[in-house]
Design a protein around this ligand. Structure first.
Ligand SMILES: Cc1ncc(COP(=O)(O)O)c(C=O)c1O
Length: 473
């Protein structure tokens, strides 16, 4: 038994000296050590862990150094106003949903949105109208939204007040956001963007444009995912159509009243880094990503996905890899092999392994990844590949928040035809809900569950006795 389970666990991990091809963007502190001011900050982080002492400023009512830093942030991204968030993009997603919508209103939202968006929809008692995600057969993952279907929804849902889109998604895939924003604005819809993975966008022409400059009304970005900023830090940006008093209130309501200056310093630093060194640093990163992508693609049976490989993808973030191999290989086992080689990917979905890079991944680290793949014997990782099913949006009988208030019972999924789902059922991979709270289970849903059970994937929302939660009759 450990004396200090968390401390001992984390110290062990740190001691392994893994190469981080995952969040956070500062990559074990290297992001701070590349500049003089960053080194000073790095050496004094713990001392910077103070709250609103005399002489500093107040995040909930900024009129000094925080106000000045937020104005610089706003200038860099081109927003009307920008905010530092100390509770992650999760708090930004909540704040934008509460600020934009009133209880009971309709929202057009990506089916595969992050759970913080879905939780916000439940808490604000909204009616979601889902946009399907396209599943690319070649890549076998939910790569982007079905744009045609979204444009149809925009035109045919006169009661919807806004749309929520993820830009980019976990795979770095971007939809044609400019087109979507224009169409949505024409119909009077507000556009809310979860850009948790896109805080570095727009800094170089080799990257997709940032969602603020494309005209979105609210944009949330996790600073910690791709920039040199501490975990839990995020930015919220607003455009000209937003009621500032209202969003000021909700941002404050969803943030801790004891924000640490350690977090705020790192967000200020990440903004400084982007502004001062970002263009050059990201161009160098894109160069090295492209270089090693070519080398890895030359290893037989490995392939890093490019825009050209996938149908209907508007743009892709070149600073992440989506790695695939041949059919019949268990990607979880390959991922474990990489971990043994001290290569830490961001995630594996069973079909793809995702790597997130930042300018602080060195050429030496890319070489380690390349050599680990070069030396790997895929025969050791044989297993099943899982093919994702086409998505169908079931009939919504009740709104998700209504279901939350109802009693539930556990039933064998094979006996739930016609019942209302109380907890989302999400096979992982591919990670898209087959059914959400409030939707009616039918034979197609049961068949889809049958299929994913046969594939042996884990299914969130189902217990080990094949029981799922439905509302009580
Ligand atoms: C698309 C997306 N949105 C929001 C979040 C939540 O971000 P945070 O962890 O900064 O709260 C995540 C986290 O992984 C995410 O992937």
């Amino acid at each position: 038994m450990s004396k200090l389970p968390i401390v001992e666990g984390v110290m062990k991990y740190v001691g392994e000296n893994n190469k981080l091809f995952c969040m956070p963007g500062h990559k074990s502190g290297k992001g701070f050590k590349t500049t003089e001011i960053g080194r000073e900050l790095y050496n004094n982080f713990i001392e910077a862990d103070i709250t609103e002492v005399e002489g500093l400023d107040n995040l909930h009512h900024p009129d000094g150094i925080i106000k000045e830093a937020q104005e610089k942030l706003s200038d860099l991204y081109g927003s009307r106003k920008s905010y530092f968030l100390v509770n992650g993009s999760t708090s930004g997603n909540m704040a934008m949903i509460f600020s934009c919508f009133n209880e009971g209103e309709e929202v057009i939202v990506e089916r595969n949105c992050h759970r913080s968006i879905f939780n916000g929809i439940i808490m604000r008692k909204l009616k979601p109208i889902y946009i399907k995600n396209k599943i690319d057969k070649k890549i076998n993952t939910p790569l982007s939204i079905d744009e045609e279907y979204l444009l149809y929804l925009i035109k045919n849902n006169r009661n919807a007040k806004g749309i929520i889109i993820t830009y980019p998604n976990y795979y770095g895939v971007c939809c044609n956001l400019k087109l979507i924003i224009n169409e949505a604005h024409k119909q009077g819809l507000m556009v809310l963007i979860d850009s948790a993975h896109g805080a570095h966008f727009g800094i170089s022409s080799g990257l997709p444009e940032n969602a603020v400059r494309l005209g979105a009304d609210y944009v949330v970005m996790s600073a910690h995912k791709t920039l040199p900023s501490l975990t839990q830090t995020a930015y919220l940006h607003i455009g000209n159509n937003v009621d500032v008093e209202k969003i000021d209130f909700y941002v404050s309501a969803f943030l801790s009243t004891s924000p640490s200056y350690m977090l705020m310093c790192s967000m200020d630093y990440a903004r400084y880094f982007l502004e001062d060194k970002g263009k050059e640093a990201y161009e160098q990163l894109i160069y090295i990503c492209n270089l090693y992508k070519k080398k890895i693609n030359n290893i037989s049976d490995f392939h890093i996905i490019s825009k050209e490989d996938v149908m209907d993808v508007y743009d892709m973030d070149l600073t992440r890899y989506v790695l695939q191999t041949r059919v019949g290989i268990n990607m979880y086992k390959l991922s474990e092999y990489l971990r043994d080689k001290k290569v830490q990917p961001e995630m594996c979905d069973g079909v793809n392994i995702i790597f997130i890079f930042s300018p602080f991944n060195t050429a030496e680290e890319f070489k380690i990844l390349y050599e680990a793949l070069l030396k790997c014997n895929l025969e050791n990782f044989q297993g099943e590949s899982i093919l994702a099913l086409e998505q169908k949006i079931p009939h919504m009988e009740l709104r998700p928040w209504e279901v939350l208030l109802m009693a539930s019972e556990l039933k064998d999924y094979r006996e739930t035809n016609g019942r209302i789902c109380k907890e989302a059922i999400v096979p992982y991979p591919p990670g898209i809900p087959i059914i959400q709270q409030g939707e009616t289970i039918d034979v197609d849903i049961i068949k889809a569950i049958d299929y994913y059970i046969k594939c042996g994937v884990s299914i969130l929302g189902m217990d080990d006795k094949f029981k799922i939660k439905v509302t009580r009759d």
